[in-house]
Design a protein around this ligand. Structure first.
Ligand SMILES: [Zn+2]
Length: 198
């Protein structure tokens, strides 16, 4: 029976995506063996991330500055806004380097199953951003899942009447595909061939 501290650490690690209780326990044992080197580095890196990271009040990105580096970058085209479900999607799309505008992170997707309603994600702030003007195109870059597409349709409806072109990523994304699992070439193609929402 391991000590309470080790049990707590194992339980915390086992909640990480991709880790279950067994791999969490292996990771803990590995860290204990290297408690003067790897464990110290991990503690310091976690502390640094915790101290430095803030959520951008404009777009919802996570960065060391608020507004974030993307919102503050004058070389980016503020007239094009790409709407994504999660920060991971923003990072994935930005790695593809084809979208030169700015972003808006919803922080989730509409889901009847999980009880996620429009007011639970950042749709109102999106409508305020678009409504305040200066934006020509809103690219809806939701995941190719049922919930992602439901969210995209809902937002497209709410944007009706505002003077913006609403586009979405091209078909060709695998159905059920989550953006942050796609390779950069596929993402770049989906951005390049984006099309108007009917
Ligand atoms: Zn930002």
């Amino acid at each position: 029976m391991a000590s309470q501290e080790i049990e707590t650490l194992t339980a915390a690690l086992s909640r990480l995506p991709g880790l279950g209780p067994r791999s969490a326990r292996r990771a803990v044992l590995w860290l204990i063996k290297r408690r003067e080197t790897s464990l110290v580095q991990l503690v310091e890196a976690l502390g640094a991330v915790r101290r430095a990271l803030v959520e951008c009040e404009v777009c919802g990105n996570v960065d060391t500055a608020n507004p974030c580096g993307i919102c503050a970058d004058p070389r980016r085209d503020g007239r094009a806004l790409c709407v994504v479900e999660e920060v991971a999607d923003l990072w994935a799309l930005d790695r593809a380097r084809l979208f030169t505008g700015k972003y808006h992170v919803l922080g989730g997707r509409l889901s009847a199953l999980d009880g996620i309603r429009p007011e639970d994600i950042a749709i109102d702030t999106l409508l305020r951003r678009v409504g305040s003007g200066g934006i020509d195109e809103v690219l809806l870059a939701m995941n190719a899942t049922l919930e992602g597409q439901t969210t995209a349709h809902y937002i497209a409806e709410r944007l009706e009447g505002l003077p913006v072109r609403v586009t979405q990523l091209a078909h060709g994304l695998p159905v059920g595909g989550e953006l942050d699992y796609l390779d950069e070439g596929t993402l770049a193609q989906a951005i390049r061939a984006r099309r108007p929402v009917p």
